[in-house]
Design a protein. Structure first.
Length: 55
């Protein structure tokens, strides 16, 4: 099953993925670096966004 990965700050859809353990993706809208981590295979993905200091 594909899950939506959204920006933690502006909620923009960044990707749809299945079977992701860990992913870093930068939002093109607000430039927030989002870290996506699955705690285990059967739990939901956790998205943590932090503002990138790079422009």
């Amino acid at each position: 099953m594909l899950r939506d990965i959204r920006c933690g700050k502006c909620n923009r859809l960044l990707a749809r993925a299945a079977g992701v353990n860990q992913l870093q993706i930068k939002c093109s809208r607000c430039r927030t670096m989002n870290q996506v981590t699955a705690t285990d295979r059967y739990q939901s993905l956790i998205v943590a966004g932090e503002k990138s200091s790079q422009a």
